[in-house]
Write a protein that binds this ligand. Structure first.
Ligand code: CU
Length: 138
């Protein structure tokens, strides 16, 4: 291999590793909560690229972190755990009060407005996206 080809090949290789059109997550916030209680986090997932799937949410602020969807069963509000959440190509998926949310079960400390914490979302194709979540009143 000559000396010019290697940097060129390396550049091509690096370029091919970039995700196509990046999936982005914005406006992440969470409800205040008390130690031992629960909270929920909300955000917008914008996906200009190919279809993807949210597989997992992780944080060390609580004993458990789950993906939930709130639904109405007649007059009764229920939360259904979700195995995963599809993010279709070219669409925006909103995690918002009354719908999809990340549920924190068994908070290790109080969540006070103004606090921030890290939440890691794992997507099938986009991989891990680390969010800084701000605690605020809805
Ligand atoms: Cu929930």
């Amino acid at each position: 291999m000559n000396r010019i080809a290697l940097p060129v090949l390396l550049a091509l290789f690096l370029a091919s590793c970039q995700p196509a059109a990046g999936l982005t997550v914005s406006d992440a916030w969470a409800r205040p909560g008390m130690a031992g209680g629960n909270s929920g986090a909300f955000f917008l997932i914008e996906n200009p690229g190919e279809a993807d799937t949210l597989l997992l949410a992780a944080s060390d602020i609580s004993q458990a972190v789950e993906l939930h969807r709130t639904i109405m069963e007649g007059d009764v509000m229920q939360m259904q755990p979700q195995e995963s959440v599809p993010v279709p190509a070219g669409e925006t998926v909103a995690f918002q009060p009354g719908g999809l949310h990340v549920m924190f079960i068994g908070l290790k400390a109080d969540l006070v407005p103004g606090d921030t914490f890290e939440l890691v979302l794992t997507f099938e194709k986009a991989g891990e996206i680390v969010l800084q979540v701000e605690v605020r009143q809805p």
